[in-house]
Write a protein that binds this ligand. Structure first.
Ligand SMILES: N[C@@H](CCC(=O)N[C@@H](CS)C(=O)NCC(=O)O)C(=O)O
Length: 215
């Protein structure tokens, strides 16, 4: 097996890249990483000194590919399937990348800030930072609400990199700041994402681990 995917089944950025792997039934070996186990953490750090996952190892091309967006671009370039994640047309390509950045930086990141704060000891809580993150999420929900009123997927009718980014970001954002009552178009888009077989599979596999999520 050429591709090895280092991941944890609960980790949101791993979900993003897994969606791309499952979309095209790309063969890969899953390498479960428990960061609480010193040896497993050390093995990940050896591949990517930043120590975050997902990381893709491609033995056939002798490459280590970290960062979920880059993993998806790499798969699209070297292991393409029926679903193309980066549109061929140049203007649509940068627009897909922009939406990927939007979901990572303005939905996923504030969501992680809120979740991360729950894991901090009481003396290290950051209520001001959490309020800022909630305000950012509110702003982003408004933007998605307007945009998704007229499209099926983030780029229109074709599923793309941007939808891989949107699914886990919205899943966990909905846990920390639900949008179901306030943003019907965001909720409808999220329902479509959950019904997509690739993401439904990711969620099913993550199910046994959801009890670990700090509520
Ligand atoms: N920008 C990175 C973010 C990756 C990331 O934040 N991964 C989290 C899991 S969702 C992680 O590795 N957390 C463990 C840690 O930070 O120690 C990407 O897109 O892959």
């Amino acid at each position: 097996m050429s591709l090895h995917f280092y991941f944890h089944p609960l980790a949101s950025y791993c979900h993003k890249a897994l969606i791309a792997l499952y979309e095209n039934d790309t063969p890969f070996e899953a390498v479960f990483v428990d960061l609480g186990q010193e040896a497993e953490r050390a093995a990940l750090l050896k591949l990517w000194p930043i120590g975050k996952f997902p990381v893709l190892r491609d033995d056939a091309r002798d490459q280590i590919v970290p960062e979920s967006t880059v993993v998806i671009e790499y798969l699209d370039r070297y292991y393409p399937g029926n679903t193309r994640f980066i549109p061929a047309e140049p203007d649509r390509a940068w627009q897909a990348r922009l939406r990927d950045r939007f979901y990572d930086l303005y939905v996923h990141e504030p969501m992680q800030k809120i979740v991360g704060d729950r894991l901090r000891p009481d003396v290290a809580k950051d209520p001001y930072g959490v309020e800022e993150a909630k305000a950012r999420l509110r702003l982003s929900y408004g933007i998605i609400e307007r945009e998704m009123a007229t499209r099926t997927w983030a780029m229109g009718e074709a599923f793309s990199l941007a939808d891989c980014a949107a699914a886990p970001a919205l899943f966990y954002a909905n846990e920390v700041m639900p949008f179901g009552e306030t943003h019907p178009e965001v909720a409808a888009y999220f329902d479509r994402l959950k019904a997509r077989p690739s993401y439904a599979r990711v969620l099913k596999e993550a199910e046994p681990y959801f009890a670990m999520f700090p509520r």
